[in-house]
Design a protein around this ligand. Structure first.
Ligand code: AGP
Length: 612
């Protein structure tokens, strides 16, 4: 949450910062601000609202300066308003800072500073940090860098931080703990940002700052040390980024683009991993840890939101093909229990962003208890991908829409490949069946292409139900996580209340909600639970509920019973079941658009949840 960007070099900083903030806006859009240093003097502009509001607000004011920092906020401490917007200035104006994260002990620090004569304008934890840095700088007679270092040693919590000191205006100080920060290295110019998107047109050389590291950037160079002042030798990496991936490419919203990208993104997920000639799967990222995976007593999958739903799909896939018992846990709950785990367990952390604070904390718990920890991440170089022992990238490309779509299908596909890879290695899958399953995997993108052709009929259906205040989503077996995912998609972007339930559980409570105004979306594909789902549909119909059924092409039974059907091509296994998520993504999208909602930036949300 919150996006930060900074620049130091010979170019004008403003265009880099403002464009960078637009690319980081998915991380939070409650307020935005920029500080520019021109002729050693700072100019700060900040305002409640989006980056476009900030641009209008700055208007014709001075945008000069070759050093600057910018921030887009997802509010934690203090309501979104102009005063709580970043950058924050210390009381005597010597430090200007932007921050992504939470300073947990801010109120204790604040009280101490108040006793020492400090007063505060905002309600934020960040202003407290700015003042703490200034207090140490003034009373400790230390350099700005040392003041930041000492201040951070007093801080509990998470930070991605950029600091300007008006008395040392030729440097930019950056630090991180638990919140992401990447440094872009140009020719006598440097960039910092929460991810690399703000500077990809300027450089492809990056350094991912490690936890509790502090970097000092000047036009002369970069120096990185730990908070404890130990020298760090930065590892410069090259990033491979396709600029088109972060543009809308003719689509009205990123979410729609990302839904339609799925045939391509899933082919990218499989590329280089499935040998079509020999019908084999090879997951290079797992090779070094295969003995431990094959001997695992249990697999525990952790994640949040959509990634947790993918984990539930993984449970079906792993238990069916790898024959290893699986538990799926919300990362946010797992970390606060005292889970019984040991070195015979394998923990798989799933995360699109690779930065989710709860998932990162769950990884720490699992590591401390000796489990092998694997990651399934989309963002290359993200914190989770670096914290885990091994893993598999989803390679779905950047996902900008806050509602996750292509990352979900890629996560499930990776889980399917893992389950088959392990299942085959353990001789649980017969060769003929293995080939059939791989064929099914390969056919998923093509089948999704078919589903996408039906988007117009989904849009028409959305028109009919856009004003329904509630929705119920039902599914059995591996369709239950898809029902949960469908309900989450609808509620997060259209603000319609929606619940997902295992279809058979409906009679234990939710059936009381059904009347002639309740749309019930049922995933009713032809598998072993088909007859049972037909019964569940009858139960809803008997209470006059409106059935929207996702069925396989050519279904004649449910088509006659349902009020509306959305067809998906036939498939044979749980791997193909993934396809049923596509009409649900489209339905949520069109309903939200018809309701006039901001689909890519839904209220109160942020793409990457880096706070607990
Ligand atoms: C999905 O549409 C959500 N916006 C959200 O639930 C998300 O999946 C969750 O915050 C986890 O994020 P991650 O995959 O980046 O860890």
């Amino acid at each position: 949450m919150c996006g930060i960007v900074g620049y130091i070099g010979s170019q004008q900083a403003y265009p880099i910062l403002i464009n960078g903030l637009k690319r980081l806006e998915y991380r939070g859009y409650d307020s935005a601000g920029i500080a520019l240093v021109d002729n050693q003097k700072p100019n700060i502009y900040k305002i409640k609202g989006k980056v476009s509001d900030l641009e209008n607000f700055i208007g014709n004011n001075s945008k000069a300066g070759t050093i600057g920092i910018g921030h887009t906020r997802w509010a934690t401490h203090g309501v979104p308003n102009d005063i709580n917007a970043h950058p924050h200035k210390s009381m005597n104006g010597k430090f200007i800072i932007i921050h992504n994260g939470i300073i947990e002990n801010f109120s204790v620090l604040k009280q101490k500073l108040i006793k020492r004569g400090y007063s505060f304008k905002s309600e934020t934890d960040t202003e407290v940090l700015a003042d703490l840095i200034e207090y140490i700088y003034e009373f400790g007679h230390v350099s700005a860098t040392d003041a930041v270092r000492f201040a951070l040693s007093k801080v509990q919590g998470a930070y991605g931080l950029a600091v300007l000191c008006t008395e040392e205006p030729d440097k930019l100080i950056a630090a991180r703990k638990s919140s992401p920060l990447v440094i872009g290295i140009g020719e006598n110019e440097y960039f910092i940002a929460s991810d690399a998107t703000p500077f990809i047109e300027y450089t492809d050389k990056v350094v991912y700052l490690d936890n509790e590291n502090l970097a000092v950037l000047t036009t002369e160079g970069i120096s990185i040390k730990t908070i404890k002042n130990d020298e760090v030798n930065p590892e410069v990496q090259k990033i491979d980024f396709d600029f088109d991936e972060i543009e809308k490419g003719g689509f009205k919203h990123f979410m729609l683009k990302e839904i339609f990208e799925q045939p391509k993104s899933l082919n990218d997920t499989m590329r280089g991993r499935i040998d079509l000639a020999h019908h084999t799967i090879t997951l290079g990222g797992l090779m070094g840890v295969m003995p431990r995976i094959m001997n695992a007593r249990r697999i525990i999958i952790v994640g949040c939101g959509t990634s947790w739903h993918a984990g539930l799909m993984g449970e079906y896939l792993f238990e069916e093909y790898a024959r290893i018992p699986v538990e799926v846990e919300y990362a946010s709950e797992f970390r606060y229990r005292d889970p019984i785990i040991n070195s015979e367990d394998v923990v798989i952390a799933i995360s699109q962003s690779g930065e989710t604070a709860d998932t990162l904390a769950a990884i720490q718990v699992a590591k401390q208890k000796g489990a092998l920890v694997l990651g399934i991440c989309n963002v290359v170089g993200s914190s989770i991908s670096r914290e885990t022992d091994a893993g598999v990238y989803t390679h779905a490309g950047p996902e900008i829409g806050v509602a996750s779509t292509k990352a979900f299908t890629a996560q499930v596909l990776v889980l399917a490949m893992m389950a088959l890879f392990i299942g085959r290695a353990k001789y649980n899958i017969k060769p003929e069946h293995y080939q059939e399953l791989i064929d099914e995997l390969i056919s998923v993108p093509e089948k999704i292409e078919e589903v996408l052709k039906t988007s117009e009929s989904v849009e028409k259906l959305a028109e009919l139900y856009k004003n329904s205040p509630n929705f119920i989503y039902l599914g059995r077996g591996c369709y239950y996580p898809i029902a949960l995912e469908g309900a989450l998609k609808l509620k997060e972007i259209s603000y319609i209340h929606a619940i997902g339930y295992p279809a058979a559980e409906m009679k234990h409570g939710p059936i009381a909600l059904i009347d002639d105004k309740m749309p019930v979306v049922v995933i009713a594909a032809q598998d072993k639970g088909y007859d049972k789902i037909v019964n569940n549909i009858q139960e809803v119909k008997a209470r006059k509920g409106i059935i929207i059924a996702i069925v396989n092409t050519g279904d004649v039974v449910i088509s006659k019973m349902a009020d509306h059907v959305l067809e998906v091509p036939k498939y044979k296994t749980a791997i193909g079941a993934l396809i049923t998520a596509i009409p649900l993504q489209l339905l949520s999208y069109y309903i939200a658009v018809l309701r006039g909602c901001n689909v890519d930036q839904p209220r109160n949300l942020a793409k990457s949840v880096t706070v607990e």
